[in-house]
Design a protein around this ligand. Structure first.
Ligand code: MLT
Length: 406
């Protein structure tokens, strides 16, 4: 008789955004006359930029012609894209990352879930609290997190680093020593950032204790302030302790197109084994590469026109962020984020829990957000709104929230 991977049975509830999707579907089914505005999941709403559409069309035509047709992509990514990434995302920022240290994939979500596979099961992970649920859930599935405590909503073998108002939602170095440290800046869900000195402290710490930092920089395009690092490789010594995850979803609207990449520097080693070779082996065995058509679209992101069109797209969303931030502040809400990130993190009014506020907002304002407690216990009583809606919907949602009486 076959057996299950019992670790899956330890997962409490369903994936956060699936639960929200189900609740919203139930509500809309019961109230077909209500126009629900979704500012929950961080999914983009603006169409792909013209330069990307052009690149997609061209690549599709190439696939229809024997001379230019492509079959399997190289499993680590086409050179044209890896070179464009190395040049634009790293060399131009003074980071020493070469094209062959970049692994192209179909998105940062999968990479951030899969990367733990190359580490031993006894490694202790440290995560921010609140945190993007994929980091913890993927480690639960692997059997690395110990026992779940329903009361505290924590795992016995996970080191939680509370990100709360007192530390500006930036984690402190943990008291217990971790082996793998998940960091995400600009942060999902709080929208917080760390400056270069703060990130350098993490790099120095990881090098000192022999830990690896898994650095999720999916939202780097939203950084608007000076002295906020766009990449962990801006820090001295990051090549020996950090893996960076990047996405085309948020900077270029590829949530439905799927493209991302992971950087594993060749200097990052365990003894004399380079993690680069392990991740390459994993990619080679389990992955046939992101589609040629999509990688050509990714290349267009780095063209001069592409950069200009996407700068405007990011500015559009950040204008929404400003509207939410200022609108809710003027209505008396405690709000943060939204300056270097497309997420606004607010405190639920009165003594409401995150889920109570979720239900209240859905029913009374027909606005969907994400309950902070879904990201971890320190997210309780908080709530996340995304700036990825249309401007019109964002304005309407904020006005509806402002009209509520508590
Ligand atoms: C979120 O809403 O947190 C993100 O959209 C999730 C993701 O990027 O996978």
């Amino acid at each position: 008789m076959f057996q299950l991977n019992d670790n899956y049975l330890k997962l409490p509830g369903s994936y956060l955004f699936s639960t929200i999707g189900r609740k919203v579907n139930e509500y809309t089914k019961a109230h077909p006359d209500k126009r629900v505005i979704r500012l929950g999941i961080g999914d983009v709403t603006q169409p792909l930029a013209p330069v990307i559409i052009e690149a997609l069309h061209k690549a599709v035509d190439e696939m229809g012609c024997a001379e230019t047709f492509r079959g399997y992509a190289p499993d680590l990514g086409y050179d044209f894209l890896r070179n464009a990434i190395a040049e634009n995302d790293y060399k131009k920022r003074g980071c020493n990352i070469s094209a062959d240290e970049i692994f192209v994939s179909d998105g940062a979500k999968c990479d951030s879930a899969n990367i733990q596979e190359i580490f031993g099961l006894n490694n202790k992970i440290a995560v921010c609290d609140p945190v993007y649920p994929v980091y913890v859930d993927s480690n639960v599935m692997a059997g690395r997190t110990g026992v779940y405590d329903k009361e505290t909503e924590t795992w016995s073998d996970v080191i939680y680093m509370p990100c709360v108002v007192e530390n500006n939602f930036a984690p402190m170095l943990p008291k217990k020593t971790p082996d793998l440290i998940y960091l995400c800046f600009p942060n999902n869900p709080t929208g917080a950032v760390v400056n270069k000195d703060q990130l350098q402290e993490w790099v120095d710490y990881a090098n000192k204790v022999g830990a690896v930092i898994l650095y999720d920089a999916a939202y780097e395009a939203y950084i608007s302030e000076e002295n906020v690092p766009h990449s962990i490789y801006e820090c001295e010594g990051a090549r020996t302790c950090a893996i960076e995850l990047r996405s085309f979803s948020k900077n270029a609207g590829f949530t439905g197109v799927r493209l991302g990449f992971t950087v594993v520097p060749k200097d990052l080693k365990c003894g004399d084994v380079a993690l680069h070779s392990l991740w390459a082996r994993r990619h080679g065995t389990k992955y046939n590469g992101a589609p040629y058509i999509i990688q050509r679209a990714g290349e267009a992101v780095y063209s001069e026109e592409g950069r200009e069109q996407l700068r405007k797209q990011v500015a559009y969303y950040m204008n929404n962020a400003k509207y939410i931030l200022e609108g809710l502040k003027s209505a008396g809400y405690t709000v943060s984020g939204g300056i270097n990130a497309p997420y606004i993190w607010l405190k639920a009014p009165g003594k409401m829990t995150s889920w109570e506020f979720f239900d209240y907002l859905l029913e009374n304002a027909n606005v969907v957000g994400t309950p902070g407690s879904g990201f971890g216990p320190s997210g309780e009583t908080y709530f996340r709104l995304t700036a990825f809606g249309s401007y019109e919907n964002t304005v309407e949602a904020v006005n509806r929230i402002k009209a509520l009486q508590f």
